[in-house]
Design a protein around this ligand. Structure first.
Ligand code: APR
Length: 259
């Protein structure tokens, strides 16, 4: 049983009150939500980039200039610490709580920056994976997505079975445009939201970090769930300074009491 300190308990109660009153709550989730599944964050305490520095961000240039060489490098490179952690991960109580909020009709949509597929495995369906999904490939011509495991890598680069276009892994690289469908849906949801929930994100990468601010500018309240201060903290109406795996189940428990 996790003991929750009084100030966090009050913030959880305030967050539940706002969610209770909302008709179209939208969440933005980040790597911190998956931290309790054993997947390292990028930034913040213990983040992989905090520890080892940011990687070179030329993947998109390499892919765009020579897709075949990019695929050969990706296949030869093998699994990183990050990939191994994702392969071993399971949805945690925070993912499950967000799927429950959706099920209860308290969460209209989740925009996730995470590529780990854990929201889907936890049961979330109203979901936009704005930075892609590591288990998918995406056609650079028509945008069609296929499961990576179904694509033959005998010939590189692999080609789209719909249009013959070149396939790339679905993960959005730095410098790569966010896929149109994901961007359109994210702006639509942010524009329709009457409450925004920021969970486990440092909110420093755009356009994702703009969605909570867009909602805020339209007068929607903002809830932040994060054990550390972020770029959004000064704009938040309610700050739950706790891990998502503690805060979100406690919010669900309060809301479930009225059902
Ligand atoms: N619960 C909630 N938040 C947590 C937890 C936890 N248990 N543990 C850590 N955090 C918070 C950290 O305090 C930090 O603010 O999660 C946040 C993680 O921030 P980042 O590592 O920057 O992850 P994110 O915001 O998702 O990064 C956005 O940047 O690196 C790119 O494309 C990548 O999608 C990623 C994007």
């Amino acid at each position: 049983m996790t003991t929750i300190d009084t100030s966090v308990q009050h913030a959880i109660e305030d967050a539940a009150k706002l969610l209770r009153r909302s008709n179209h709550a939208v969440a933005l989730s980040g790597a911190g939500l998956s931290a309790e599944s054993g997947i390292p964050t990028y930034r913040g305490t213990g983040g992989i980039w905090t520890r080892f520095g940011e990687p070179t961000i030329d993947g998109w240039e390499l892919f765009a200039s020579d897709p075949k060489a990019w695929w050969e490098e990706a296949i030869a490179h093998g699994a990183s610490e990050f990939s191994v952690a994702i392969e071993r991960s399971e949805p945690n109580a925070g993912h499950i709580a967000m799927a429950q909020l959706e099920e209860m009709g308290r969460l209209a949509h989740t925009i996730t920056q995470n590529i780990d597929n854990l929201h889907r495995r936890a049961g979330s369906r109203r979901l936009t994976e704005i930075h892609g999904n590591r288990y998918l490939v995406r056609c650079m011509n028509c945008g069609a997505r296929e499961r990576l495991e179904t694509v033959s890598l005998d010939r590189l680069p692999p080609l789209c079975c719909e249009c013959g276009g070149i396939l790339k892994n679905d993960i959005v690289m730095f410098g790569e445009p966010i896929p149109d469908d994901a961007l359109r849906e994210s702006y639509k949801q942010a524009g329709a939201s009457d409450l925004f929930l920021s969970v486990g994100t440092s909110a420093v990468v755009y356009p994702a970090a703009d969605f909570p601010l867009m909602a805020k500018r339209r007068g929607s309240p903002l809830i932040e769930v994060n054990p550390e201060e972020t770029a959004l903290s000064e704009f938040a109406d309610v700050i739950v300074r706790a891990p998502a795996g503690v805060a979100l189940p406690a919010i669900v428990e309060l809301l479930a009491q009225e059902l």
